[in-house]
Design a protein around this ligand. Structure first.
Ligand code: SF4
Length: 159
């Protein structure tokens, strides 16, 4: 007997489609960066995650923050942990590892960590930065923001 179950015809929401496309583009940028022949050795040394110690904090575009927030949720958290030491709130307090390494922002991949080879020259990645800026604009962002606030707000949106 043939099933009478109807095919799903529910239309997808245009805004959800736009967000999904934006997040796919952010991940495509990360993948493209990984293919670039720029010698770096990020072995999760986490020195760049010590914001207060380094006096430097990564800035994120809106698409990056949304991808990072999804990584936080996938790690089983609904909000950012408090850090009294000024380190990145995504640095796990017990393991000392990044909680969202696969979803870490662009700045964490092109960072200023001397142990990993130092920062990328802007010319090496400027096309990728432009793509992230385009995603930011498409999502109604206002340009890069400091990681903790950007990810906290993105997480609040997912609730
Ligand atoms: S997101 Fe991860 S890699 Fe980036 S600063 Fe935070 S803990 Fe470090």
């Amino acid at each position: 007997m043939k099933s009478r179950r109807a095919h799903s015809t529910a239309p997808s929401h245009p805004r959800a489609d736009a967000t999904a496309a934006a997040l796919a583009e952010v991940r495509a940028v990360y993948e493209e960066l990984a293919r670039r022949p720029v010698a770096r050795e990020c072995t999760r040394q986490t020195r760049c995650c010590q914001f207060k110690l380094n006096g430097l904090t990564p800035y994120l575009t809106r698409g990056e923050a949304l991808v990072a927030a999804r990584g936080v949720r996938a790690a089983g958290r609904k909000q950012l942990p408090e850090r009294a030491d000024g380190a990145c709130p995504l640095l796990h307090p017990q393991t000392g590892r990044c909680m969202i390494y696969a979803e870490r922002p662009f700045g964490c991949r092109t960072h200023f960590c001397p142990a990993a080879g130092g920062p990328y020259a802007r010319g090496e990645v400027v096309d990728l930065i432009r793509r992230l800026e385009a995603v930011d604009a498409a999502l109604g962002g206002n340009g890069p923001r400091m990681l903790p606030g950007a990810v906290a707000d993105a997480l609040a949106e997912l609730r």
